[in-house]
Structures are given as structure tokens and as C-alpha cells.
Ligand binder design. Structure first.
Ligand code: NAD
Ligand code: IPM
Ligand code: MN
Length: 361
């Protein structure tokens, strides 16, 4: 009997279900062509609609239910009508935290055929790998809201940087840079954040001493935001905190073909819990239901799932097929100046995959 991967699908809100369907098509096609494994998808109807009906974003024992899966494939969460801090905290962020998915891997790589918002940029110059801390920092969720609505109202939002949490993400980034033979840049803000980021920089230096072969740089986040645009080739592997990583990877998306192409993996490296694969973008309520959301980010994150499951050859094939689609320029969604629908783009990726596999046999 062939190996079956149990995948939990949380398609979520807005364009989430539309784009996730395309990633599922791609994964199924690969399994079919390989013949040695298959995907067993279980769909969970969690999200804002579920909230409207049940008063919660996921089942009460949702985290428990997800534990048994080999991976989670997520579309997007959030829709007008449900406050964002509720929809995101009670579904997406709680999964990242509960499953200790402390590494958020976001490639910022300009593929052949993709258009950067930068006018004069060589494709090879936009090739970064963001390693974003994903479970603490500015997203600790610790704080308070005192004297709500009164004149003396006070709001506290605390950032939490633990020794363990800071060291492990920085060490993961050094290991990645070492393996890839590339430099590592740390992005922080110790001039203003006089505890958290002073600590971050100190840990970066300490861990750096264990990796003399890795060339390092360190930038303040404001300068890094500017330099990503004016001189992107400086950045290879980049490690940064949760919030800085969130913001900088949207800049990265603009550099590398748009938000419709930006993928991410939320990884628990110890594999104690399932990892989760999702596009960087949100539910795009402005275009939801029109069938024009770009599915390439979701498809790219499916390729990260293939890598994680040990099928790096297929992971690469999926990214190569996205690149081939961009070069052909025959089926692209409107955000990429095309006229194709979400599902036409998915079908085209599937047929490019089938072509290249049959060409190899
Ligand atoms: P967004 O990413 O949903 O949309 C920003 C802009 O990019 C919109 O104009 C949208 O149409 C466009 N866009 C995004 N993805 C696209 C795609 N695949 N194809 C074509 N165009 C695309 O961000 P937002 O508008 O700030 O947030 C909308 C909702 O999504 C909010 O509720 C927010 O909290 C949530 N959100 C969720 C996630 C997630 O689930 N991972 C990520 C970001 C935002
Ligand atoms: C992302 C998103 C999330 C984040 C939101 C929706 C909580 O913007 O994955 O980039 O900030 O991590
Ligand atoms: Mn974001």
C-alpha cells in the first residue's frame, strides 16, 4: 500500500478556499504521477462563517483534532464582520503558537517571468530567504487594557523575547545560512527598543561565534526596509523578529512579483507537532468570490509542504512549474496583468507539471 499523508485543510475566508483548491489540485497531480504516495485531505470548515454560526473560530477541541495530521494547509483568515484580532488570534495565531511553529520561512525570490516593482533590478539580485520568529516577540499577546473607555485609559502590549525563543530562531537561521553557503543578516532595532532588541543583538553575536564560516550583517529595521528596495542583493538569509518579519516580507512580496506570489511555511523543526503551509496574503475581501485571486502563493506554499514531507524533488518541480507558467505568460490572474481565472491558473500549473514529468520518463 502506498504512503498516505494526512493533510488538514483550513481553507478559511475570502479567497482562501479559491486558492487552496488549486494547491490541492497540484498536490493530487503529483501524487498521481508518482504513484508511490497519496494525500488524504480532511477539510475543516473553520473561519469567520463558522464564527457567525458557532460563536467561535474553530471547534473547541480544534487544536487536539489537528495534532494527528502530517501537515496543515491554510488559505486565509479574516473577513469584515468579525474583528480581526479575534479571527486571527483564535485560529491562525493560536495554531502557530500551540504547535510551536517557531520558524516562519518566507522566500523572497524573483522568479523568471515575474515582475518586480523595482524598475532597474537584475532578477538574481532579489533572492532572499526570510526566517521570521513566529511564536513570541511583539506577537506574545501579553498586555492589558485598563480603565477602558475612561479618561485614564491605559493600554499595554508587551513584547516577549525569551532566551530560548531568541536563541533557537537565530540558531536555525545560522544553520540555514551555513547549509546554503550564504550570508546571514539580522534585522533589529536596538537604538529604540532598549531591552528586547539589545538582547536580540547580543544573542545574535553569541550564536554567531559558533558559526565562523557564516558571513553576517546586522541592520536596524528602518534602514533594512530602505535597503531592501535600493540594494536588495545585500540580503541573502535574513533573521528577524515576528512583527519586523511580517512587515518586511510584504515589502519582499512587492519586490518579488507581488503578494499573489508570496509563500510561507510555519515550521516546527522538531516535528513534535504538524507544520502549517500558507500564502503570505490575507483573505482579500475586495476580490473574494470573483474567482480571480492569484493561486500561485498557495501553490508555492504547497511546494514547501512537499519539501517538508521529504519530497524536495517535487517541491523544486512545483516552483519550476510556476516559473514556467510566468515565462509562458498565457494564464495569469489580473493582479499579474492577465485575464485568467484562479482555477485556469491552477489547471495550467497542473498541466505544466504533467508535461515535465512525462518529458523525464
Ligand atoms: P490582503 O493580503 O488580504 O489584501 C491586500 C491586497 O492584496 C488586496 O487588494 C487584495 O485584493 C490583494 N491580494 C491579496 N492576495 C491576493 C491574491 N492571491 N491575488 C490577487 N490579489 C491579492 O490583506 P488585507 O486586505 O490587509 O487583509 C484582509 C484580511 O485578511 C484581514 O482580515 C486580515 O487580517 C487578513 N489577513 C490574513 C492573513 C492570513 O490568514 N495569513 C494574512 C494577512 C491578512
Ligand atoms: C501574516 C499575517 C498575519 C501575521 C496576521 C494575519 C496575523 O499578516 O501571516 O503575514 O501578522 O503574522
Ligand atoms: Mn503579514
Amino acid at each position: 500500500m502506498s504512503k498516505s499523508y494526512k493533510i488538514a485543510v483550513i481553507a478559511g475566508d475570502g479567497i482562501g478556499p479559491e486558492v487552496i483548491d488549486q494547491g490541492i489540485k497540484v498536490l493530487n497531480k503529483i501524487a498521481e504521477l508518482d504513484g508511490g504516495f497519496q494525500f488524504d485531505f480532511t477539510h475543516f470548515p473553520w473561519g469567520c462563517e463558522y464564527y457567525t454560526e458557532h460563536g467561535r473560530m474553530m471547534a473547541e477541541d480544534g487544536i487536539e483534532q489537528l495534532k494527528a495530521f502530517d501537515a496543515i494547509y491554510l488559505g486565509a483568515v479574516g473577513f469584515p464582520g468579525v474583528p480581526d484580532h479575534i479571527s486571527l488570534w483564535d485560529l491562525l495565531l493560536i495554531i502557530r503558537k500551540s504547535f510551536d511553529q517557531y520558524v516562519n520561512i518566507r522566500p523572497v525570490k524573483l522568479l523568471k517571468g515575474a515582475h518586480s516593482t523595482l524598475a532597474d533590478v537584475e532578477r538574481e539580485d532579489v533572492d532572499m530567504l526570510f526566517i521570521r520568529e513566529n511564536t513570541e516577540g511583539e506577537y506574545s499577546g501579553a498586555g492589558d487594557w485598563l480603565f477602558k473607555g475612561q479618561e485614564n485609559e491605559v493600554v499595554l502590549q508587551n513584547a516577549v523575547f525569551s532566551r530560548k525563543g531568541t536563541e533557537r530562531i537565530i540558531r536555525y537561521a545560522f544553520e540555514t545560512a551555513k547549509k546554503q553557503g550564504r550570508s546571514l543578516t539580522s534585522v533589529s532595532k536596538a537604538n529604540a527598543l532598549n531591552y528586547s532588541m539589545v538582547f536580540w543583538d547580543q544573542v545574535f553575536e553569541e550564536v554567531s561565534a559558533e558559526y565562523p564560516e557564516v558571513k553576517t550583517s546586522s541592520y536596524l529595521v528602518d534602514a533594512a526596509a530602505m535597503l531592501m528596495i535600493t540594494d536588495p542583493k545585500r540580503f541573502e538569509v535574513v533573521v528577524t523578529s515576528n512583527l519586523f518579519g511580517d512587515i518586511l516580507t510584504d515589502i519582499g512580496a512587492a519586490l518579488a512579483g507581488g503578494i499573489g506570489l508570496a509563500a510561507g511555511a510555519n515550521v516546527n523543526p522538531e516535528r513534535e507537532f504538524p507544520s502549517m503551509f500558507e500564502p503570505v496574503h490575507g483573505s482579500a475581501p475586495d476580490i473574494a468570490g470573483k474567482g480571480i485571486g492569484n493561486p500561485l502563493a498557495s501553490i508555492w506554499s504547497a511546494s514547501q509542504m512537499l519539501d517538508h514531507l521529504g519530497h524536495e524533488n517535487y517541491g523544486r518541480l512545483v516552483v519550476d512549474s510556476i516559473e514556467e507558467l510566468l515565462v509562458r505568460n498565457t494564464a495569469l490572474t489580473p493582479d499579474m496583468k492577465g485575464t485568467a481565472s484562479t482555477s485556469e491558473v491552477g489547471d495550467e500549473v497542473v498541466s505544466i507539471i504533467a508535461e515535465s514529468i512525462s518529458a523525464k520518463v
